[in-house]
Design a protein around this ligand. Structure first.
Ligand code: AMP
Ligand code: ZN
Length: 121
């Protein structure tokens, strides 16, 4: 399968890996958007959040547990941080193997967009 993050999981492409266990892996983002910017991914290939099956629920929850653990380890848990899954084109997803962005180390702007929402709710 031609997936960049599967290649990182397999060790075929180098990455600055900061965490690994049997379900997940975390490495620093190559184009950081904050002083600390890591990606936490499942070892299993799941293309988008839309493809998460019921048996993947523990894995996807686990990615958030890893995020909180890393925030503590790198010293910005108390100040705060952001976790983000981008999904498909409107979400800004560019790599189609789900990854949880973990951003921290400075106050992060919110909302992340400037245009006014006109979606009926
Ligand atoms: P997204 O736009 O949510 O799909 O995020 C993809 C992220 O992967 C971006 O923040 C990229 O900077 C990052 N990225 C792409 N290639 C690599 C790589 N080889 N190693 C680490 N991060 C990468
Ligand atoms: Zn993959």
């Amino acid at each position: 399968m031609d997936c960049l993050f599967c290649k990182i999981v397999a060790g075929d492409i180098p990455a600055n890996i900061i965490y690994q266990d049997d379900l997940a892996m975390a490495f620093m983002d190559i184009n950081p958007q904050a002083p600390f910017h890591a990606l936490i991914i499942p070892r299993k290939h799941i293309a988008t959040l839309n493809d998460v099956s019921s048996e993947d629920r523990e894995t996807v929850g686990h990615l958030h547990w890893v995020a909180a653990k890393l925030a503590e380890e790198y010293g910005f848990a108390a100040d705060g941080y952001r976790t983000v899954f981008n999904c498909n084109s409107h979400g800004g997803q560019t790599v189609y193997h789900i990854h949880l962005h973990l951003l921290g180390g400075k106050p992060l702007g919110w909302p992340p967009y400037q245009d006014t929402l006109k979606v009926p709710v």
